[in-house]
Design a protein around this ligand. Structure first.
Ligand code: ADP
Length: 652
């Protein structure tokens, strides 16, 4: 048997806060254990003999005074004679800190009031013990808050959300699925009304496709989340979808988060097709430019040749008129060349023929080209170029074209008697060429735009010397192809302009420069050739014929490919000049046929075309042509051709 002291010791050391009250409606503390003292922050002396409801203050308003529930529970225990478990009570307590101060801690208690009877069945105490359930309550509270937060989030989302479970047929094949739960956005996203609790086949009559049931079933069975982008759905719209298994795996429920991307998909498709249209449009523009230039070039050929002929034949139009015509023609050819160049640059067809170029030489060529315009306007030209030869890895013709365009502009946009300067500076790695004038200047807002194609500063419109607005676009294209950059500077209207070209230098100058290769073979002057000219442009064919005849060659002319082939096969020509774009057979086909024919293998074949790119030349070579003549072919070009004709042409 335990002694009373031992029982007291057990009571006191129990970790469960426990008190004994007198069994009355207004109970008095009879005994308290240490754990109770600890949570009540009272001493035994303070409590023993004290009335329970006087011992503690009401923590808040009378409405949520926990003592009321305690009083009721004790009263019920006395009345019923059975233990009463109180609902969880929020009862903050004061906790004494090590420094003696007190803080209030939020606590939740689960208290039991049990009546204790003696052997005679007399009620002697109320045993009150309390369990601190603060941690559980707080955890539950937190869980509830989190759950609430998630439900709020899912409810307020624009994305659709649902939880589905899958229906299988007797063979275990997934055939349908039901929307167990949905969020408010579900309806807006799917257009399915009152879907909660319904199967998709009920909602979409006529649906037999089990694709989606299978997808969800695989998520339910494997637990592997599914992510789908722009998936077509049974309701004819596209969705981005995330599906994942939720809850007990055995139940196989799947949560699906989705949003309708039909519109954005459409917008993107529209944008894509718009971009395609624009690209097509741009291509068409470029092609148009090329065609325009090509077509313009064709009639120029006979005009130029005609002029040459006039001079060569000794007919004497007034020199002034002749010069003027040549000048205008030159201008026209220049414009067309620019057009053709810009079209080629835009379509990436320009091929640079790079070599080591001395910058000074390129500038000298450019000055030579622009000189007539500079002189005509009475401008003075100052050149400031360092003595050291600056080497570039560049296409000499294109480089000269860049500087001559800038010099011509400087001359054009500077009132008579101005100054034009060319200043070259370098830092060992790159070179800076500034072409400066004292002309009309460029307003700040137009500085970057002048390089755009077809862009002209509006006040130039109507100026007799305004071009097509492609010179600077060409300059920029060519400079950039050389790995450089160009920009314009001007202090404003009437303040002159400066165009600065920056280009990378190509290392040091070698000790001895390789001599230029001597020009190729020389035609023996006075040699009489038998020539066939084939061109569907009758004037062009005849002017070339006339030019050749002036030199005493025997020339036959035909105007289509088939006839060209017939004549060439039978005529044993030493030279055949064949237009590429002819009806029937084109020039390439004629050349290929002639090369295959042993009787004509010796004929020197020259392609005549408006197109002069490296690609065209390569194609002409592949077809069997020996040389290439770009239209308009004037007397100079024909002379050069004849000069390069191998001495043993037709006997090669
Ligand atoms: P274009 O001279 O054929 O009009 P460009 O592309 O060469 O075309 O030049 C575009 C525009 O830039 C010109 O129309 C002119 O307004 C302006 N511009 C070019 N060079 C100069 C310059 N040196 N001074 C003033 N304006 C210039």
């Amino acid at each position: 048997m335990l002694s009373l002291d031992q029982i007291q010791a057990v009571f006191n050391s129990s970790a469960i806060p426990t008190a004994l009250f007198s069994p009355s409606a207004d109970p008095v503390f009879i005994a308290v254990n240490n754990a109770f003292l600890q949570i009540s922050t009272r001493s035994r002396e303070e409590l023993l003999g004290t009335r329970l409801f006087a011992a503690f203050d009401a923590p808040g308003s009378p409405a949520d005074d926990p003592r009321v529930a305690l009083r009721d529970s004790i009263a019920e225990a006395i009345r019923s004679g059975t233990p009463q478990t109180m609902p969880a009570q929020h009862y903050p307590i004061r906790v004494r800190q090590p420094d003696g101060s007190e803080v209030v801690e939020e606590r939740y208690w689960n208290a039991v009031n049990a009546p204790v009877f003696d052997a005679a069945g007399q009620l002697i105490f109320i045993l009150h013990y309390t369990l601190d359930i603060s941690e559980q309550v707080k955890a539950q509270e937190q869980q509830r808050t989190t759950t609430e937060l998630y439900s709020k989030l899912i409810e307020s989302m624009d994305d659709g959300f649902c939880i589905v479970d899958i229906r299988y047929d007797e063979d275990g094949k997934p055939v349908d699925y039901r929307f167990l739960d949905i969020n408010p956005a579900f309806e807006a996203q799917t257009g399915l009304v009152n879907a909660r609790g319904k199967y998709v086949r009920e909602l979409v009559p006529g649906l037999t496709d089990t694709h989606w049931a299978e997808l969800y079933s695989s998520v339910a069975l494997t637990g592997k989340p599914l992510r789908l982008a722009e998936e077509p759905s049974p309701i004819g719209r596209w969705f981005n979808i995330y599906a994942t298994r939720v809850g007990d795996p055995a139940l196989g429920k799947v949560a699906v988060l989705f949003n309708d991307v039909t519109e954005s998909r459409r917008t993107r498709d529209d944008l894509r097709s718009l971009a395609n249209d624009l690209a097509r449009e741009n291509r068409r523009k470029t092609e148009f430019l090329a065609t325009l230039a090509h077509e313009l070039r064709n009639p120029l050929a006979p005009i130029r040749t005609g002029l040459d002929l006039l001079r060569l034949s000794g007919a004497t139009p007034p020199a002034r008129i002749h010069d003027m015509m040549e000048r205008q023609l030159g201008q026209l050819v220049h414009l067309i060349d620019d057009l053709l160049d810009i079209a080629r640059i835009n379509s990436g067809k320009v091929e640079l023929k790079r070599e080591r170029v001395v910058l000074r030489d390129a500038i000298a060529t450019a000055v030579e080209t622009a000189q007539p315009q500079i002189q005509a306007a009475g401008h003075t030209l100052d050149l400031s170029i360092p003595d050291t030869p600056l080497l570039l890895h560049a296409d000499p013709t294109r480089l000269a074209q860049v500087f001559s365009n800038l010099l011509t502009n400087a001359a054009k946009y500077t009132p008579a008697g101005g100054r034009i300067g060319v200043r070259v500076e370098h830092d060992g790695r790159s070179v800076r060429v500034a072409i400066t004038d004292t002309g009309i200047g460029i307003p700040a807002e137009a500085l970057s735009e002048v390089f755009e194609m077809f862009n002209q500063v509006s006040r130039n419109m109507g100026r007799a010397q305004g071009g097509l607005g492609i010179g600077l676009a060409l300059v920029r294209g060519l400079v950039e192809m050389h790995g450089g950059a160009v920009h314009a500077e001007s202090a404003g209207e009437g303040q002159g302009s400066s165009f600065v070209v920056e280009l990378p230098l190509a290392g040091a100058l070698p000790d001895a420069q390789a001599p230029q290769p001597a020009s190729a073979g020389d035609a023996s002057p006075g040699r009489r050739l038998k020539v066939l000219v084939a061109d569907d442009n009758i004037d062009a064919a005849h002017t070339i014929m006339a030019l050749l005849q002036l030199d005493g060659h025997a020339v036959d002319v035909v105007h289509d490919g088939r006839r060209a082939l017939e004549r060439a096969r039978t005529g044993s020509y030493e030279l055949a000049i064949l237009d590429i774009g002819m009806p029937g057979l084109d020039g390439y086909e004629v050349a290929a046929a002639l090369r295959a024919d042993s009787a004509c293998r010796q004929t020197y074949l020259v392609a005549l075309t408006g197109w002069g790119s490296e690609g065209d030349r390569a194609r002409a070579r592949a077809a069997g042509f020996d040389a290439h003549l770009t239209k308009p072919a004037g007397s100079a070009e024909i002379k050069r051709l004849l000069a390069h004709l191998p001495a043993n042409a037709a006997g090669r």
